[in-house]
Ligand binder design. Structure first.
Ligand code: S3P
Length: 167
């Protein structure tokens, strides 16, 4: 399939970049978190609190399987933790071109200051958690991706242009 898929850490700009790219290319855009919220009739925070992270991760896989049976080419942004499951990385590759938007902890912390919608970043030492999660997930994102784009200090327009040049 020929979908354009954006992966990366929370705050990398997957949804924003995806929306801009989709608009410019006349493609529909979906975000796996939107699809999960729609299915569950709950927000991501409510799902984590009421059903737990494991159930959320199972739903991520189910959503990818549904997307595989959709033949309409589109831009897909996926939740930051979705590529962690090996099965999901395999499904992502089947879905299209996987692009890793690489972001550093400083950028994430600036962008997500005061954010209450990401259950993994509530309470405790958020700086440390972001640093540890990015360090742990970086190699996994790289393994999942066919293309890596550094997004630190760059505008949405610049990132979209780089994608167009390199795809
Ligand atoms: C998560 C990222 C979130 C969302 C959930 C878990 C993660 O999506 O799926 O809060 O594990 O990194 P965004 O990357 O769109 O913020």
């Amino acid at each position: 399939m020929k979908n354009v898929i954006l992966i990366g850490f929370m705050g990398a700009g997957k949804t924003t970049v995806g929306e801009r790219y989709a608009k410019k290319h006349g493609l529909p855009m979906v975000d796996t978190d939107w699809l999960i919220e729609e299915r569950a009739g709950m927000t991501i925070s409510e799902i984590f609190a009421q059903k737990g992270e494991d159930e959320f991760r199972r739903t991520e896989t189910a959503v990818l399987q549904t997307l595989l049976s959709d033949t309409q080419e589109k831009v897909i942004s996926v939740g930051g933790g979705l590529p962690l499951r090996e099965e999901n990385r395999r499904l992502l590759k089947q879905l299209g071109t996987v692009i890793y938007l690489e972001v550093n902890p400083d950028t994430v912390l600036k962008r997500l200051k005061g954010d209450t919608t990401r259950p993994l970043l509530q309470g405790g030492d958020v700086t440390r958690r972001v640093e540890e999660l990015i360090a742990a997930r970086g190699p996994i994102y790289r393994e999942a991706a066919g293309l890596i784009v550094d997004v630190n200090g760059r505008s949405v327009g610049e990132i979209v242009t780089e994608l167009e040049e390199r795809m």
